[in-house]
Design a protein around this ligand. Structure first.
Ligand code: PLP
Length: 391
């Protein structure tokens, strides 16, 4: 059988599968250890009451033939696309139209799949460290990837590529570093993309965590961005939808063919996310839903504050955690060694920075998605066991 040999160029395992394997092995070896995970970016708080109410109502509609729903419209239901356009864009003075919004089952699928619309020989730039999906999906397609280092030395702001690239993936607030670009810094990228005819894939999965006034929630806040950028959104971290599954992608008509091609691709390969998920997503735009979602984000951001303060007091240099639920911690030695130390001595799981790319070496990522109790306990264990750290 002839396989797609590009797959052989992938790292053998997905990063989080490797971590899960190591944690499982540790738990087998120390069954009594109470392991706290500040590693994988899953949330812990339940869905907002407004979302639960919408889910119950939608489930009841499915019980009667007059209100039952089968396959939905390929771009998503109008009620959700209208809510998105009104609340996420028009409320911010951005004019996005409903037929530029494609509802999906989350940003992982869309950020992974959108590259299908690119020619095989497109050169792709990614920031380094990076959310692995952008790299792996392009490796699968056999494209050349240029890495743009983001380190403490450049303030985690990538420099413009020194060679021509066709596409650049930007994710802000950033996973894994938790850092952001302000309007001026993002404008540099939009201006560059227009000048050099580059397409920007802008992943705004963590937009809801932004607290600072000068950090844009959408790339379309920057003039000209509709001519050069596709934007990905996710309800996973905004509203705890990691299990419900819903997100959306904005493909402006100003990008020419891309809007029609993405529609064509979705019609062929995607049958929509469930009616229940879309009603659940709609509920976060109601006044009650907005308040409830904001309260959960504040809950996680309190963890972020505690992590930043405690780790700094322990002598670590920390980044992120101000406009994002991720804390990027500078560590001694290799990030995998630090991961092993933390797991074995503090029984706390982090994500080794090297798993996100070569420039992630020397850092680990911690997430603010734990409970207050577990986060405080994990920090206390790190503080107590820190004297045993000798890498
Ligand atoms: N984009 C980034 C940067 C992420 O960190 C994640 C999830 O961890 C996603 C996209 C995927 O989100 P979803 O759950 O909507 O697929």
């Amino acid at each position: 059988m002839k396989i797609n040999e590009n797959y052989l160029n992938l790292a053998s395992n997905y990063l989080f599968a490797d971590i899960a394997k190591k944690v499982k092995a540790f738990k087998m070896q120390s069954p009594d250890a109470d392991v706290i995970s500040l590693g994988i970016g899953d949330v812990t708080q339940p869905l907002a009451p407004a979302v639960i109410e919408a889910l119950h109502k939608a489930a009841d509609e499915m019980a009667t033939s007059t209100t039952f729903r089968g396959y939905g419209p390929e771009r998503g239901y109008d009620f959700l696309r209208e809510a998105i356009v009104t609340h996420d864009f028009r409320a911010r003075g951005i004019n996005i139209e409903a037929d530029e919004v494609f509802v999906s089952d989350g940003a992982k699928s869309d950020t992974g799949n959108f590259q299908e619309l690119l020619a095989e020989d497109c050169v792709v730039a990614v920031t380094d460290p990076v959310y692995p999906v952008y790299v792996d999906s392009n490796v699968m397609a056999g494209r050349r990837i240029v890495k743009l280092p983001c380190t403490a030395e450049n303030g985690f702001v990538p420099e413009l590529p020194s060679e021509h690239v066709d596409v650049i993936y930007l994710c802000y607030p950033n996973n894994p570093t938790g850092t952001t670009l302000n309007r001026e810094q993002l404008k540099v990228w939009v201006d560059y993309a227009i000048r050099e005819n580059v397409l920007i894939f802008y992943d705004a999965a963590y937009e809801a965590y932004i607290q600072s006034e000068d950090v844009p929630h959408s790339i379309y806040e920057i003039p000209g961005a509709k001519q050069c950028a596709v934007e990905f959104h996710s309800y996973s971290k905004t509203a705890g939808f990691t299990g419900i599954r819903c997100g959306y992608t904005v493909v402006p008509k100003a990008l020419g063919l891309l809007n029609a091609l993405w529609n064509r691709r979705q019609c062929t390969k995607f049958n929509g996310t469930s009616y229940l998920s879309q009603r659940a997503a709609e509920a976060i735009y109601t006044p009650a839903g907005k308040e409830q979602v904001k309260a959960t984000i504040a809950y996680y951001m309190e963890n972020a504050r505690l992590m930043r303060e405690s780790l700094t007091a322990m002598g670590f240099t920390v980044y992120g955690g101000v406009d994002a639920p991720y804390i990027w911690v500078g560590v001694e030695g290799s990030s995998w060694e630090f991961f092993e130390w933390m797991l074995h001595s503090a029984h706390v799981v982090c994500t080794p920075g090297a798993g996100f790319g070569p420039s992630g070496e020397g850092y680990v990522r911690l997430t603010a998605f734990g409970t207050h109790e577990n986060t405080a306990e994990a920090l206390e264990r790190i503080r107590k066991t820190l004297p045993s750290l000798s890498l």
